[in-house]
Design a protein around this ligand. Structure first.
Ligand SMILES: Cc1cc2nc3c(=O)[nH]c(=O)nc-3n(C[C@H](O)[C@H](O)[C@H](O)COP(=O)(O)OP(=O)(O)OC[C@H]3O[C@@H](n4cnc5c(N)ncnc54)[C@H](O)[C@@H]3O)c2cc1C
Length: 394
């Protein structure tokens, strides 16, 4: 375990400069019009995902023995940050990074050998994560989807919602109840995690329907109707799945906070450039405090949020408990990004609405980090209860 000193050092020095350059170079091949066209047609960024895979960025967290580059979590965060900072979208990249972690930490050797090398090469996509359900929302332990063991299969029945990229993924990490709630001591027990193959499964009891949303995120609702999955799809031990997912949540929060920071930096860069160049009433609009100060405030918030994100990543790397830091990093980065988005929108005036400027698209996309995977309210209730010792409010 690293000392506190090394955590401090990891937070302060500039990091991954060469990696940033390398990711940025690939992103330059995917300028605004590429994303505008996908957005207009609700299409998946196949060429972008292929390029990211080819350069090894999507397998950053897969250990070298399984064909990945075995980088630390912070490096994966930097990859996502640069993708957003350059105006691209990491929606199709992030899920593979954090869902894979559950397989890595809790999967059997057989599962890891079978799937991870093929995920690393891009032959298989693991980009679908089935947790949320329509009736239970943020209260995950109340989920209704059931997986019942019958001989050498589990039979799955239920419904997931907001399962992003299910129509573009070969595999899905699924959370389902294996023991009814009234037969377990704690509601966190009796829930299991499965790694399932969803290719060609639509005529076997799996139905995936796209949800039309305000951003191009390929999100879906998934219905399971007596859908049979092999018993060896179970990840780890039966009934412990909720703990496995919780284990992965700190990594997810840290990665997504980097993504939000990338958005913040994109908006600040765009706003500053436009505020210097746009002249109204005979002077650059950036000379007006009403334009300048919100951008400056968003910059200060972004710098502060980055410190928390890097602290959380350093603690994660050192094997320290980083639940509070990961949650705070997500909260602060998402807030900084949203404030930067608003400042940028304001700066661009009417032109913010014109699709060719990309501001409206990034503004829509940026709003997601204030909702998923967790809202500010639920992060604050976590801090209230687990850090400040206040009574549980949910
Ligand atoms: C585009 C998109 C992609 C997504 N992708 C995925 C995915 O791939 N996989 C997946 O599993 N899920 C995914 N989600 C789901 C996302 O994680 C959920 O939307 C989120 O967890 C909130 O659940 P909910 O929408 O049911 O809101 P609800 O739980 O119904 O909450 C509604 C509001 O009430 C607030 N609230 C609820 N309870 C409390 C409380 N006790 N105290 C204070 N406030 C409270 C919440 O903060 C929220 O603002 C996605 C969502 C979207 C929009």
């Amino acid at each position: 375990m690293a000392s506190t000193g090394s955590v401090a050092t990891m937070v302060i020095e500039p990091d991954y400069v060469e990696l940033r350059d390398a990711v940025s170079r690939v992103c330059q091949d995917f300028p605004g019009p590429y994303w505008q066209e996908l957005d207009a047609k609700s299409e998946y960024p196949t060429e972008f995902v292929n390029a990211m895979t080819k350069h090894g960025f999507l397998s950053a967290l897969i250990p070298e023995e399984y064909g990945g580059s075995g980088m630390p979590l912070r490096a994966a965060g930097v990859i996502l940050e640069v993708i957003h900072e350059t105006g691209c979208s990491a929606g199709a990249c992030h899920a593979q990074m954090y869902t894979m972690g559950t397989v890595l930490r809790h999967g059997s050797d057989e599962q890891k050998n079978k799937y991870l090398p093929r995920i690393a090469t891009g032959e298989l996509r693991l980009q679908a994560f089935g947790v949320s359900e329509p009736t239970t929302g943020s209260d995950t332990t109340q989920l209704q989807t059931r997986a019942e063991r019958k001989g050498d299969v589990y039979v799955v029945n239920g419904q997931k919602i907001w399962t992003s990229r299910a129509l573009h993924s070969d595999l899905m990490l699924l959370l389902a109840r294996t023991t009814p709630k009234d037969q377990v001591k704690k509601r966190t027990e009796g829930i299991s995690t499965f790694l399932i193959d969803i290719r060609d499964a639509r005529d076997r009891g799996l139905d995936i329907r796209p949800i039309d949303t305000m951003i191009n995120h390929h999100t879906t609702e998934v219905h399971f109707d007596n859908f049979e999955i092999p018993a060896d799809s179970l990840v780890g031990e039966e009934g412990k799945g909720f703990r496995y997912i919780l284990d992965g949540m700190n990594a997810e929060r840290i990665l997504l906070s980097s993504e939000a920071l990338g958005n913040a930096r994109y908006f600040i860069r765009k706003a500053v450039a436009y505020a210097k160049e746009r002249v109204v009433f005979g002077r650059p609009i950036g000379q007006n405090q009403g334009i300048q100060l919100p951008i400056a405030k968003a910059y200060a918030e972004t710098e502060a949020a980055e410190l928390m994100a890097r602290k959380a990543a350093a603690m994660f790397a050192a094997g320290l408990n980083c639940g509070a830091e990961a949650n705070m990093a997500h909260l602060l980065s998402a807030e900084a990004a949203w404030n930067a988005a608003e400042a940028c929108f304001e700066t661009f005036g009417g032109f913010a609405f014109a699709r060719e400027y990309d501001i409206e698209r990034k503004w829509r996309e940026c709003r997601l980090s204030r909702t998923a995977p967790i809202s500010p309210n639920l992060v604050l209730t976590y801090i209230g209860q687990h850090v400040l010792g206040l009574p549980r409010s949910y």
